[in-house]
Design a protein around this ligand. Sequence first.
Ligand code: ATP
Length: 349
Amino acid sequence: MAIVETRKLTKEFDGDVKVVKDIDIRTEDGEFLVLLGPSGCGKTTLLRMIGGLEHPTSGQILIGDRVVNHLPPRARQIAMVFQSYALYPHMSVRNNIAFPLKAAKVDKVEQQRKIAWAAGILGIDGLLERKPRQLSGGQRQRVALARALVREPNVFLLDEPLSNLDAQRRASARDELQLFQREIGTTTIYVTHDQVEAMGLGHRIAVIDSGRIRQIGTPREIYEEPADTYVATFLGSPPMNLVPRGDDLVGFRPENFHLAPEGGNDSSSSLDFQLTSIREEYLGSEKLVYGEVEGIRAVARMAANAALPAPEGGTITLSVDQADLRIFDRESGLRRQSSLATIATAAGS
Ligand code: ATP
């Protein structure tokens, strides 16, 4: 097991643009840390630098409190699994898993013991004599993980390993991966652009935008206490509603919108909004009510059987509890620690 740390890690390709900028992260020992961000934000480059496949332009990488910048990948005691899995097509599953052990000249009996151990953990004991083409996407992913596991690495680096799977397999592969990581307790850094995957898998999530970390925190912190409007709108589907008020942006999640009682609410504990031109989208267990608040698109998540006091196209009054309001600086997008009283005043002004 090991702690992974980066200090002011930066990567510039061709002396041109910086794709990773001054990244500081420090995992806990045994942590599952997710790097989450849109395509092209630099997550893979960051992971490849930690793995030793890419040289940093500046900054340090530490694994187990030792600077490893100068060490080649094989000396870093890490194992990487990529989206493509990169299994050898002509080799059986057994030989694919044995490959790193043979390369490390591990004794043959010990090789077979390790293969049996890893195959047992990943539930692929019955597939050892098959070729990769005879496996499903999920099974191939497990073989790739087994091949990484036999090396008993201190750190797993996983780059979108589930993205080749269909939605259903992906959900079960996610469950398996989480169980597996919690069981073996190996520090894991996992790259994805999928917020559902990030929320479900990570002990913590680092949200990355254009090569910089916007926020690192537990899934709950990132969702409930976003540091800025980028994080607030990147996570959550639909994203957080943001309504301008004076110099501020008032933010609240679709599920924090409630039908206001007739005659409105006590304004010291909540804030009312008029949602106009409403349109409902029925989703089975719930419904989304789309519309506009003061000319800004907004959405409310409600119980599927909630009766709206106006037909589609009409206007309803919705309120948000004070505790659920998040206030952001309109210009910088950064979260403020304002009170509702400030907002209510701004609204009245
Ligand atoms: P994706 O989710 O699409 O894989 P990502 O967040 O992992 O994206 P990176 O692969 O790290 O992003 O790429 C970050 C940026 O660096 C991109 O703009 C990419 O074009 C650029 N880039 C990556 N590798 C190189 C390279 N070898 N030379 C030049 N530019 C590169």
